[in-house]
Design a protein around this ligand. Structure first.
Ligand code: 5GP
Length: 114
């Protein structure tokens, strides 16, 4: 089933796009949780991390290369940042089109509270 992210890929709804190539798109999260909060998505509808296969390899590596470029361009690569993928209900996934969150722009503190 298509998601809101597919509509962003197809430019049916607007997003603040920071990077795009034939495999990947990256745009600002609409509800930022850090001074920098970017979502990186593949231009292929993969619902969750559980669904990736070797056929998706190019998309996954392109997502990491996009993260490398975006964080450098935004000037946060040296200070550092966090990359998160939420999966299914315990992971808090809301949009079922696989994505990386890039969070940065300030010290992010401990990764999790228990
Ligand atoms: P998830 O919880 O699935 O890991 O993350 C989904 C993210 O997508 C959330 O951080 C949410 O703020 C963001 N989001 C949901 N709808 C939209 C939208 O229409 N535009 C943008 N830019 N971000 C969205």
């Amino acid at each position: 089933m298509s998601t809101i992210f597919k509509k962003i890929i197809d430019k049916e709804i607007p997003a603040s796009i920071v990077f795009e190539n034939d495999k990947v798109m990256a745009f600002k999260d609409i509800n930022p949780q850090a001074p920098v909060h970017i979502l990186v998505i593949p231009k292929k509808e993969i619902p969750t991390l559980n669904d990736i296969t070797l056929d998706d390899s190019e998309y996954i590596i392109e997502m990491y290369l996009a993260i490398k470029k975006i964080t450098k361009d935004l000037g946060i690569s040296e200070d550092g940042y966090r990359v998160i993928t939420n999966c299914n209900s315990y992971g808090g996934q809301e949009v079922f089109h696989i994505h990386f969150h890039i969070l940065g722009g300030k010290p992010l503190g401990p990764m999790l509270t228990i």
